[in-house]
Design a protein around this ligand. Structure first.
Ligand SMILES: Cc1ncc(COP(=O)(O)O)c(C=O)c1O
Length: 426
């Protein structure tokens, strides 16, 4: 008899049968096979050969640094340089992060009505890793989570790879992408372990009002379902808008709030994110907190150099964020006005984040059968690439990013107009 460990609680006996091991047979695991990114699955299947006579304008990439017009704050860069120079930040940290870094996050996210401390913060390798830990700590194979449609695709990728189901609640373009609360509530069942709220939204570029956040919390409270709040775009809200965190409005619903420095501090490659536990009534209690620590032990936390720089990064003055938003907003206005005037297209005015969704009237473009065909042809003829919203479970729309340089915005709009004029049938 061989001895094999299965669950960390002891050694299990297993019959030592090697009769089938006579030939090499190595195949990928069930987890690997069940892991797929819908964006890659759709985009890799598209024929994306741009028009050689026009330079490519990628309105598809949710990375604000690709064009060079958005740079991280100076003090953040200096923080990293200092962290490297000191020579004291090269060792392992606690798997959920150094206390000084977690204290910086706690003070960055705390508000009058939702104060947290370092003990409530768990650092992660980017917000993606925070999302992965948040889903994994709450849901087991066979459970489900409720996610927005259109929505950021990572929730589906992570859940399905672990045998966790996803159910999509609709967000309504005619109501500035607010969640259809009745629909959301109708999806909840015994196996539902979390409602995911992405606010401000990728891909919608929307920002929820206080009332809407409270209404979502009421659904969660009535059905006793925790919330995973993805608030990575919290600092990117347009003029006249206020970001309202789920935690600031919750008195009863336990919340795992996920965030990070990727967007707000324009450094997605630095891979630092976090989960903040908001649990006033001890509903998550020790169980979920211990679970988060255990999950963080798989990867042993984010890069210690970035952790050391985090107090400097997060104390960036508000003027930096104001400046970022102002630049995005100029583009947003220009793209919205120009695209609104193009026959057959209906952009939904963004109020936050760095994206805008544009609906296209399929009946007016009979030669382009769906959003994938529309965006594919647009690349082939005009070298402009927008992401088909099928990637976000929302066909007949496409998403444009708002962080491209201003001169390219103009050029992209001109080409989009020419393209639509060619295919539009009145
Ligand atoms: C809504 C949302 N959440 C999380 C992430 C992932 O962030 P990170 O790059 O920190 O992993 C993104 C990235 O695009 C996002 O749009």
């Amino acid at each position: 008899m061989e001895q094999v460990q299965r669950n960390g609680n002891g050694i299990h006996q297993q019959k030592n049968d090697t009769s089938s091991r006579t030939k090499w047979k190595v195949s990928s695991s069930v987890t690997a096979r069940n892991t797929f990114n819908p964006i890659r699955a759709i985009v890799d299947g598209m024929k994306l050969s741009p028009n050689p006579n026009k330079h490519m304008i990628a309105l598809s990439l949710g990375d604000p640094t690709v064009f060079g017009n958005f740079q991280p704050p100076e003090q953040a860069v200096k923080g990293i340089i200092d962290a490297v120079s000191k020579g004291t930040n090269n060792g392992y940290s606690p798997s959920f992060g150094h206390e000084s870094a977690r204290t910086a996050v706690a003070s960055f996210v705390s508000s009058e009505s939702a104060t947290v401390n370092a003990g409530d913060v768990y650092l992660s390798c980017g917000c993606s890793d925070a999302i992965q830990m948040a889903i994994t700590v709450l849901a087991s194979p066979g459970d489900n989570i409720i996610v927005p449609r259109p929505g950021f695709s990572l929730y589906k990728t992570i859940s399905l790879s672990q045998g966790i189901g996803v159910k999509f609640y609709d967000c309504l373009p005619a109501q500035q992408w607010e969640a259809d609360l009745e629909h959301m509530e109708s999806l909840i069942d015994e196996k539902t372990k979390a409602i995911v709220v992405v606010n401000p939204s990728n891909p919608c570029g929307s920002n929820f009002s206080k009332k809407h956040i409270r209404d979502i919390l009421s659904v969660a409270e009535r059905n006793k379902v925790p919330i995973i709040a993805d608030e990575i775009y919290s600092k990117i809200v347009f003029s006249g808008q206020t970001f309202i965190s789920c935690a600031s409005e919750s008195t009863t619903v336990p919340i795992l709030s996920c965030g990070g420095i990727a967007k707000t501090f324009l450094a997605p490659g630095w891979r630092l994110g976090w989960i903040v536990v908001h649990d006033r009534n001890e509903i998550f209690g020790k169980d979920i907190r211990t679970g988060l620590v255990q999950l963080s032990q798989r990867v042993l936390g984010p890069c210690t150099l970035v952790q050391a720089a985090l107090p400097a990064i997060l104390s960036t003055p508000q003027s930096f964020h104001d400046n970022t938003v102002a630049k995005i907003e100029v583009n947003a206005k220009c793209l919205y006005e120009r695209i609104k005037a193009i026959p057959g297209l209906s952009p939904i005015k963004p109020t936050a984040a760095m994206y805008m969704m544009v609906g296209f009237d399929r009946d007016r473009f009979p030669d382009l059968k769906d959003d994938v065909a529309f965006t594919e042809r647009l690349v082939i003829e005009q070298s402009v690439f927008c992401l088909p919203a099928k990637c976000f479970e929302y066909p007949n729309y496409f998403r444009v990013v708002l962080t491209i340089p201003e001169d390219q915005t103009e050029e992209a709009c001109g080409r989009l107009e020419e393209f639509c004029n060619k295919y539009y049938k009145s």
